[in-house]
Design a protein around this ligand. Structure first.
Ligand SMILES: [Zn+2]
Length: 289
């Protein structure tokens, strides 16, 4: 099996006809390589960011609200910051700050030190909702699966892989109300547990589903393109400055007549000067940037 360079970044949802289980598959190459933070990350950072973005793309596939899903982590260990976001329509972006101490592990608790992992739903309209993910498993995929299993009371499993250039993932989730058919879930889950990282990264969705489920009837939906997409804008970057307050802003513009705020997700630079002060202060909001 060789790496398939022709593979497009895509997300594919599917359903089992004979088991109350739905799933999604995702493959990312251009979309993660378009992220400035991915390009500049260490090898371990590329793997962790790639897997996180794949997870966000998978977990946003079935959310009911119109908006975005974010996986966020902050800590005082080697991993200081991780954000991976996907819109419902698979527009993805991410950042990571991971120092060199992290080369030998992908275990989150170890990487984060005193920190947290969270999943946040960011609806286009209305309040965001954040749930703290207990660091119960070693890997991101284990922590996230346990979290969704607890918070939604649905059997959930994730397989994530990244080789530093591409990332891929597979999500299985029991359908709501499927508690009576645990056998169906166990069967489908056991088959998926046989996949290797290499297979995840190299097989197309069709090949993977055939490899795992050639004896099952799987209904596969149309592939959705995954793209790098940043939701930053002038208002959101001004809101970050606004938290300084009028006095500190005035002093800042005394020292630096043109203040540049750059977006960590896409690298876009927003510029402000003293005459923007009223506009900036009008943008105070608790929105995550
Ligand atoms: Zn941006």
């Amino acid at each position: 099996m060789s790496h398939n360079d022709k593979q497009q970044d895509a997300r594919v949802r599917f359903l089992f006809e004979d088991a109350p289980v739905r799933g999604a598959w995702v493959y990312l190459q251009h979309s993660v390589q378009a992220m400035p933070a991915f390009i500049s990350a260490s090898p371990a950072g590329k793997i962790l960011l790639g897997e996180s973005v794949a997870a966000a793309a998978l977990l946003s596939a079935n959310i009911k609200l119109q908006g975005r899903l974010a996986i966020q982590a902050r800590g005082d260990g080697a991993l200081r910051l991780l954000v991976a976001e996907s819109s419902q329509n698979a527009g993805v972006r991410g950042v990571i700050e991971l120092d060199d101490r992290a080369e030998n592990t992908l275990a989150l608790r170890e990487l984060l030190g005193d920190g947290y992992l969270a999943v946040t739903l960011l609806p286009d309209v209305g309040e965001s909702y954040q749930g703290i993910v207990p660091l119960q498993g070693a890997r991101l995929q284990d922590c996230l699966a346990a979290y969704f299993q607890q918070s939604e009371q649905l059997e959930t499993a994730l397989w994530l892989a990244s080789d530093g250039e591409t990332a891929a993932g597979l999500l299985l989730q029991a359908m709501p109300g499927a508690q009576d058919d645990l056998k169906g879930w166990q069967h489908v889950h056991a088959l998926a547990s046989t996949i290797s990282n290499e297979e995840l990264l190299s097989l197309s969705c069709e090949q993977l589903l055939h490899r795992l489920y050639h004896q099952e009837t799987v209904r596969v939906f149309d592939a959705e393109p995954v793209q790098f997409q940043c939701s930053c804008n002038t208002q959101r970057s001004a809101a970050a400055l606004a938290t300084l307050g009028r006095e500190d802003l005035l002093q800042l513009f005394q020292e630096t007549p043109v203040v540049k705020v750059d977006c960590h997700f896409c690298g876009k630079i927003y510029q402000y000067s003293e005459r923007d002060i009223d506009k900036i202060l009008g943008e105070i909001s608790p929105t995550l940037h």
